[in-house]
Design a protein around this ligand. Structure first.
Ligand SMILES: [Zn+2]
Length: 155
C-alpha cells in the first residue's frame, strides 16, 4: 500500500518520527590542543544537532514532574523538622512526633501550605501530561510531505 499526500498527490511522504530521526545527528568529537608549556590536552564535546526540518517534525515535549515532586519533598522535610526538637546543647535532634507538631504548629502549617501548593502543581502537571499524550499520539500518526512541505494526518 502506498500513501499519497492528500494535498499534492506526491508519494514522497514520511511519518514525522522518521523525518525527525533522520535529521537529528548525535555527535561526539575529540579535540587535541597544545598548551603554552608544550603539553597535550584532550577535550571532547558531544551533543545532538538537528536540521530545521527535523526540528519542525520534533515530537511534543513531555511536562516535567520535578516541580511538584520537589515541592512535596520540601513540604515533607518542613513537617518532619517540626516533629523534632533540637534542645540547646544537645547533639542530636529528638523525634517527638505529634507533640512536636503541636509545639511547632506554625512551622507545620508552612509545611502543609507547601504540600497544598505541590498538590496544585501536581494537578497542573496531570492536565499537561494528558494534553501531552494526546499531542504525542497525534504526532505519531502525522505524516510529512517532502514535496509540498505540509503535515497531514490520515483520517
Ligand atoms: Zn504534498
Amino acid at each position: 500500500m502506498s500513501m499519497q499526500c492528500p494535498s499534492c498527490g506526491s508519494s514522497h511522504i514520511q511519518p514525522m518520527a522518521v523525518v525527525h530521526a533522520g535529521g537529528t545527528q548525535h555527535f561526539h568529537a575529540t579535540h587535541m590542543a597544545v598548551t603554552s608549556d608544550g603539553q597535550f590536552v584532550q577535550g571532547s564535546s558531544q551533543g545532538s544537532q538537528s536540521t530545521a526540518l527535523a526540528q519542525h517534525c520534533a515530537p511534543p515535549v513531555p511536562p516535567s514532574p520535578l516541580p511538584f515532586i520537589g515541592a512535596y519533598g520540601i513540604g515533607g522535610i518542613i513537617i518532619y523538622m517540626s516533629m523534632t526538637v533540637c534542645p540547646l546543647l544537645a547533639r542530636e535532634c529528638v523525634y517527638v512526633g505529634m507533640a512536636g507538631l503541636r509545639y511547632n504548629w506554625k512551622q507545620a502549617a508552612v509545611g502543609i501550605g507547601v504540600i497544598a501548593l505541590s498538590w496544585l502543581l501536581m494537578k497542573g502537571w496531570h492536565a499537561q501530561a494528558k494534553a501531552y499524550s494526546a499531542a504525542k499520539r497525534q504526532w505519531q500518526s502525522t505524516w510529512f510531505c517532502h514535496t509540498c512541505g505540509q503535515a497531514h494526518r490520515p483520517t
